[in-house]
Ligand binder design. Structure first.
Ligand code: ATP
Length: 328
């Protein structure tokens, strides 16, 4: 694609918030200033684009945001942006500000919206993978995933202390509605007895057998990690079923929930967000449109958004094998 001359870039964060979004915004804006571009913050994602909540950014806006969790541009889900009428309003607002390119930071839904918008209006746009779920193809890791895993592990370590003190069996529910990446990572990192992920259905009998064999091996406390929305049920449902087979066990359930979205980004996420933020601006200047900037084997890779959102990112079978060996 022949590169259009770009003067004003709008940046937004959309969908579920993720630690490192601030670092990504800051990198996009700093890179824009480096190339003498005007930079605009579009607040509350696509909703703010429709409601004209758009402000020119200066360097003060991005001071001391890199290290903060959340997103200072705020995030939202917008039903209106799913309608042609809503997108038309959004386009008119961008036109009025003279914004001629977009950087959209979000998950698969947000990037789907960016793709549709590009198809309809042809405004050069690039997506950045900003989601704790790590469920986008075209990048080894999404911005926020590493921090979410660290947060989950830190919480599970604390649960481990109380589980050990009382010989309890804990079911800990982590985020990841359709993807088991956080569950696998946190499960291996916290020596879980078992990891239940949405991609696989684990028969309850198998789980019970595993817990029984561990108790024979004198493992008196156990932690089972359950990804929310898995085929086997919620952590509470699984705990209730297991209780029938192991009535002598003191079973507890903890749902980590939104805790996993917060907190200062790890060094990994700061670096990833910073590199991808610069890549987004440079990509736009080079005429790379309707793509997502990701990092594969430590190199920036631009993947068509349609591929990044459609290709199912499979969990690593090797990770599952390792988890199984270490929990037997
Ligand atoms: P996460 O998975 O981390 O929650 P996400 O970006 O996938 O993030 P979604 O709620 O799926 O979150 O999408 C965010 C927003 O993107 C939606 O509220 C909507 O405004 C827009 N969007 C999603 N899908 C579409 C679509 N098919 N057409 C137009 N806009 C869409």
């Amino acid at each position: 694609m022949e590169a259009k001359t770009i003067k004003k870039i709008g940046v937004l964060t959309s969908g579920g918030d993720a630690p490192g979004m601030n670092a990504a915004i800051r990198a996009v804006v700093r890179a824009g200033f480096y190339y003498n571009l005007e930079m605009y913050g579009i607040y509350r994602g696509y909703e703010g684009m429709i409601q004209n909540d758009i402000k020119k950014l200066d360097s003060k806006n991005i001071t001391h945001v890199l290290e903060r969790g959340g997103t200072f541009l705020k995030s939202a889900r917008s039903e209106d942006f799913r309608t042609a009428e809503g997108r038309k309003k959004a386009y008119n607002n961008l036109q009025n500000h003279g914004i001629d390119a977009l950087v959209v930071i979000g998950g698969d839904g947000s990037l789907t919206g960016a793709h549709l918008f590009y198809q309809e209006y042809g405004i050069p746009s690039i997506g950045l993978p900003g989601t704790i779920d790590n469920d986008l193809s075209g990048t080894d890791s999404t911005i926020g995933f590493d921090t979410a895993c660290n947060t989950a592990i830190e919480a599970i370590d604390k649960i481990r202390d109380t589980a050990t003190s009382h010989d309890r069996l804990f079911f800990v529910e982590v985020m990841g509605r359709d993807a088991g990446f956080i569950a696998i990572n946190a499960g291996i990192g916290s020596a879980a007895a078992a990891i239940l992920i949405p991609e696989n259905k684990t028969p309850i009998e198998n789980l019970v057998d595993k817990l029984k064999s561990r108790s024979k091996a004198m493992k008196t406390s156990n932690i089972v990690i359950v990804a929310e929305g898995g085929k086997s049920g919620s952590a509470q449902e699984i705990a209730d079923k297991v209780k029938k087979f192991l009535p002598y066990y003191d079973i507890k359930v903890t749902i980590l929930g939104h805790l996993q979205r917060g907190g200062a980004p790890t060094s990994f996420d700061r670096l990833l967000a910073s590199k991808l933020g610069v890549a987004a601006v440079e990509g736009l200047m080079q005429g790379k449109y309707d793509v997502m900037a990701g990092m594969i084997n430590n190199k920036v890779v631009f993947t068509p958004i349609v591929k990044a959102i459609v290709d199912d990112k499979a969990v690593d079978e090797e990770d599952l094998r390792v988890a199984n060996i270490l929990s037997t």
